[in-house]
Design a binder for this molecule. Structure first.
Ligand SMILES: Nc1ncnc2c1ncn2[C@@H]1O[C@H](COP(=O)(O)OP(=O)(O)OP(=O)(O)O)[C@@H](O)[C@H]1O
Ligand SMILES: [Mg+2]
Length: 451
């Protein structure tokens, strides 16, 4: 095949060079030049943007509602915002061995029943895929397999087979002849993803790219794909436990931060319909240092147990350690507890943990963290079957959080009888089965826990 002219573009300033150099001659930055196809920027997205140079009023553009097609895996559809969109490009990232290929094989088997599905494998041989399919009970699934890593051959196969959904497992193994750099390099990954995206938009094919997370934690190097694709999904979970979370980091066709919960079994990934039960540990009775938090994961309320342990400092500085919660926020909350609640924790090491490997970043966890810490300092359990949420401000006030009602309803459904919540979140109408204790300041909450 004829070689395409390549250029080296600086990732800092966008300056172009005909040859590679350690330092960019335009901006002086080091190691920022990456190989790219010289003519690419002007042609790559031409088909996506429409006829070139045509200016038209916004009102004249005819809109269409994106028809979504469900994959058949309910939890996967939830994170996708309802299903796959024709022409949509999805990036599925995650640590090695977490279950990316398993999830996509299951999804493709379900999709294949009604639409043409093509699974391109660059990492595993067709035999390995068949062995996985056998284990999952999907050996006779109507999925077409292609073991190929060369981009031009993959694009050719897509054009002749005309599938509606294509999986590329993984984008790091694919390379284009047009570039000299090695497969998996930033230039290769970016160019291959851009070309696949262009074909997806032109032919209304859904493309799902599997992306490995590099050691630095970014997908395929410095997040090079996130802005090219429509949807970014990220697999989370502890490989030691069987639970896997798929989170939407970005979604042009639906809400971001949506969460799908799965359990990894010998027969593949099974959706978990009631994930709250999973993050609550099964204590026979209430124990000190434990508190139940109602958090929101995307559009879904989730009950999670927050645990705290305080232990006298044995020489040196007091330690503050948070697993699944924000460690800096922990220090801040302990200062508020001292200043506005009069509860001293400086003589203790403080450890907090969100049970079940879930990561909580919203400030609604503040009050629950303080409740667990206070309970551990006093070595006395909070009352059983009660839950807590609320943001704590530096002035000691308890601030309202979003979607208080939904959190309360989820708690009531799971048998909780009492909720300690910000007074501004007090529901207008009583929620069946749950007594609401509104608190305006940290001192109000402490008064309640002291009883
Ligand atoms: N017999 C089995 N029983 C239960 N779980 C299994 C079995 N075989 C494999 N698994 C699970 O499947 C996981 C591998 O899944 P999969 O190959 O889909 O991951 P991946 O994310 O595609 O990995 P890679 O990064 O290597 O491509 C294993 O880590 C394990 O948890
Ligand atoms: Mg895999």
């Amino acid at each position: 095949m004829a070689r395409v002219r390549t250029a080296y573009v600086c990732t800092e300033c966008g300056g172009r060079n005909s040859k590679w150099q350690g330092q960019c001659p335009h901006c002086g930055a080091w190691n920022t030049l990456v190989e790219t196809v010289a003519a690419a920027p002007s042609t790559r997205f031409a088909a996506v943007a429409g006829a070139a140079g045509e200016v038209r009023p916004l009102a004249s553009v005819v809109t269409r509602t994106e028809p979504r097609s469900a994959t058949g895996l309910e939890e996967f559809d939830r994170v996708l915002g309802g299903g796959l969109v024709p022409g949509g490009v999805v990036l599925l990232g995650g640590d090695p061995g977490i279950g990316k290929s398993t999830l996509l094989l299951q999804a493709m088997a379900a999709i294949g029943a009604t639409r043409r599905a093509l699974y391109v494998t660059g990492e595993e041989s067709p035999e390995q895929i068949a062995m996985r399919a056998q284990r999952l009970g999907l050996l006779n699934a109507p999925v077409e397999l292609l073991a190929e890593v060369q981009l031009e051959a993959i694009l050719g196969a897509i054009r002749t087979r005309q599938p509606e959904v294509v999986v590329i497992d993984s984008i790091q193994t694919v390379y284009t002849e047009a570039l000299e750099s090695a497969p998996g390099s930033v230039a290769q990954v970016r160019e291959c993803a851009a070309q696949l995206t262009r074909l997806a938009k032109q032919s209304a094919i859904t493309v799902i790219l599997v992306g490995h997370v590099t050691k630095e934690g970014a997908i395929a190097g410095p997040r090079v794909l996130e802005h090219i694709v429509d949807t970014v999904l990220y697999f989370e979970g502890d490989t030691h436990s069987s639970f896997r979370l798929v989170r939407a980091i970005k979604n042009r066709f639906g809400a971001a931060n949506e969460l799908g919960v799965f359990a990894m079994t010998e027969r593949g990934l099974k959706g978990v319909a009631n994930p709250s039960a999973l993050f609550l540990s099964q204590h026979a009775e209430a124990v000190p240092g434990s508190c139940i938090l109602a958090t929101m994961e995307g559009s879904r309320p989730l009950l999670v147990e927050v645990q705290a342990l305080v232990d006298p400092v044995h020489g040196g500085l007091a330690r503050r350690l948070a697993v699944g919660l924000d460690p800096q926020r922990l220090s801040l909350l302990l200062a508020v507890l001292h200043r506005h609640g009069g509860v001293e924790s400086g003589a203790f090491d403080v450890f907090v943990n969100a049970v079940g490997g879930v990561r909580i970043s919203e400030p609604a966890a503040d009050l629950a963290i303080l409740a667990a810490v206070y309970s551990s300092i006093k070595n006395s359990a909070l009352s059983d079957k009660s839950l807590v949420f609320g943001e704590v401000g530096l002035a000691g006030e308890i601030r309202p959080v979003q979607r208080g009602q939904e959190r309360l309803r989820e708690a009531a459904k799971l048998g909780f009888r009492r909720a300690i919540i910000p007074s501004a979140n007090r529901p207008r109408h009583a929620i069946d089965g749950i007594e609401v204790v509104p608190v305006a300041r940290i001192s109000d909450a402490l008064e309640h826990w002291r009883r």
